[in-house]
Design a protein around this ligand. Structure first.
Ligand code: 5GP
Ligand code: MN
Ligand code: MN
Length: 460
């Protein structure tokens, strides 16, 4: 409704009828995947954004896991702007992302100790048996400079579990974090309770968060690109684990504060954008916003690192001194400089040339390790998952089918803090990952490197 839509069998082109001069937005979507009108509306509105003082949207593209977003921007949107940034096109879970490790532990040996592993992880992830304490200088360095700054100021692992030697490993591994996990932030965004000198305890760090965030243990099921898998340290039959989490309350604070600020900065003489999405054009404010976003992003890099340390530590307790190296850590909600302007991704994984791309499926389907091809039409971006096909609400209410089989839960080992999570997050809530990934291979956005099968999933 109100949209001009065309489809060539693979790519939809959408534009607001009311705004024929706006750039057309594109969605890569194979014919067998579900389509939701609301997401198209949101995408077309994003492409039509403008500000009376200038700035423009150059290109908008959506990935095949695309579905409506709660705050007006569809999940799976990538927007290239010039002279303006759009905080709402990243959302409040700044630097939500995926982190993947592999470990040389035989899957049989791991499963034989399943219960011991689960008990320890439940304690760490749900019941706070860990204690995250660090110097205020380390936290400040993190927020200002990201992981390298944090490592310089950190003498021992803040989880108090590993020896100093492990910091050397963390240091080496920061090369496998997107942009080195080092963005230019502003430590004044630290929550008030954490701003004083001395040892600070941040209850939000090393926590998964609600919704579909997870820690999942997996098996490397198949290696397709042997050369790249070897270069990235990945072998068939290995144990793997994946962390999906973001910047927790820090991102919410930064995101909400700036969404209020952009609204307040909107010129009084211009009508409010119907979409509720406000761009920011004042160069000084743009700089300030990007620094705030980077601060929360730095925090998210450490949050995922510490969650992975919890898993690594637990594996070491049970299986001896395993290395469990990092394969890659990559954000899917972030604004970064792009061809003289900015690229904002909301639920899209960077897929730059030769870069690892992590595409999770669900707790009952395979996840994919891919390599990016830097496809310009796709704004060097791939899907960051399979994408929700059914809302949480439709999964849990209204006479929904709750049989394990219909939900795709047969054989799924989900350890959830809240019982309803199993149903809201059941495999049947997600699109078929094979088709989502296949369409992106066909469109020369990514190539497959390896597939991972879930063994157990922790969700709060
Ligand atoms: P989002 O970042 O939009 O919250 O979700 C990212 C993607 O994670 C979803 O589209 C879905 O494909 C994937 N996902 C959600 N839950 C799970 C899970 O428990 N395990 C795995 N492997 N993937 C999941
Ligand atoms: Mn998130
Ligand atoms: Mn996410």
């Amino acid at each position: 409704e109100g949209l001009d839509v065309t489809y060539d069998g693979r790519v939809y082109t959408v534009r607001l009828l009311a705004d024929p001069h706006a750039p057309a937005a594109e969605v890569l979507l194979p014919p067998d995947l579900p389509v939701e009108g609301k997401a198209f509306q949101q995408l077309a509105a994003l492409a039509a954004l403008h500000h009376p003082d200038g700035g423009r949207v150059k290109q908008v593209r959506a990935t095949p896991d695309f579905h409506p977003g709660d705050s007006g921007v569809a999940i799976g949107s990538v927007v290239h702007t010039e002279g303006m940034v759009v905080p709402g096109a990243v959302g409040t879970d700044i630097n939500c992302g995926m982190r993947l490790h592999v470990a040389d532990i035989p899957v049989d040996a791991f499963l034989a100790r399943r219960d011991a592993f689960v008990e320890r992880m439940k304690g760490h992830c749900f019941f706070g048996t860990r204690d995250v304490a660090q110097g205020s200088r380390a936290l400040e360095a993190l927020l200002r400079d990201g992981l390298p700054g944090w490592l310089l100021e950190t003498q021992e692992n803040p989880l108090g579990m590993s020896a100093r030697a492990d910091l050397g490993q963390l240091d080496r591994e920061s090369a496998r974090v997107y942009l080195g996990g080092a963005l230019e932030g502003d430590p004044s965004w630290a929550p008030t309770g954490l701003r004083r000198e001395g040892v600070v305890r941040d209850p939000g760090l090393a926590t998964i968060g609600g919704g579909n965030h997870f820690v999942e243990v997996q098996r490397v099921e198949a290696v397709v690109d042997r050369a790249r898998a070897r270069a990235w340290g990945v072998r068939e039959g290995q144990l793997a684990f994946m962390v999906h989490s973001g910047s927790r309350d820090m991102g919410k604070h930064v995101g909400r504060t700036w969404q209020e600020r952009v609204r307040a900065a909107w010129p009084a003489s211009a009508p409010f954008p119907e979409s509720g999405i406000f761009p920011l054009v004042d160069p000084e404010k743009v700089r300030e916003y990007l620094k705030a976003e980077a601060t929360a992003a730095n925090y998210a890099f450490l949050n995922r690192l510490l969650l992975a340390e919890l898993v690594r530590h637990t594996l070491r307790e049970l299986f001896g001194d395993v290395e469990a190296p990092l394969v890659y850590d990559v954000p899917h909600n972030i604004t970064l400089p792009w061809e003289g302007g900015w690229l904002a991704r909301k639920g899209a994984c960077p897929a730059e040339d030769e870069q690892p791309v992590i595409i999770p499926g669900s707790m009952g389907a395979e996840s994919y390790l891919m390599r990016g091809l830097g496809n310009a039409r796709a704004l060097a971006s791939a899907s960051h998952g399979a994408g929700r096909a059914r809302s949480r609400f439709s999964m849990s209410r209204g006479g929904a089918e709750h049989r394990e089989e219909a939900l795709g839960l047969t054989g799924v080992d989900c350890i959830a803090l809240r019982a309803e999570r199993r149903i809201e997050e059941a495999p049947a809530a997600y699109k078929p990952i094979g088709s989502v990934v296949g369409s992106q291979v066909e469109a020369d956005i990514v190539r497959e490197v390896a597939r991972l099968r879930p063994l157990m999933t922790f969700k709060a």
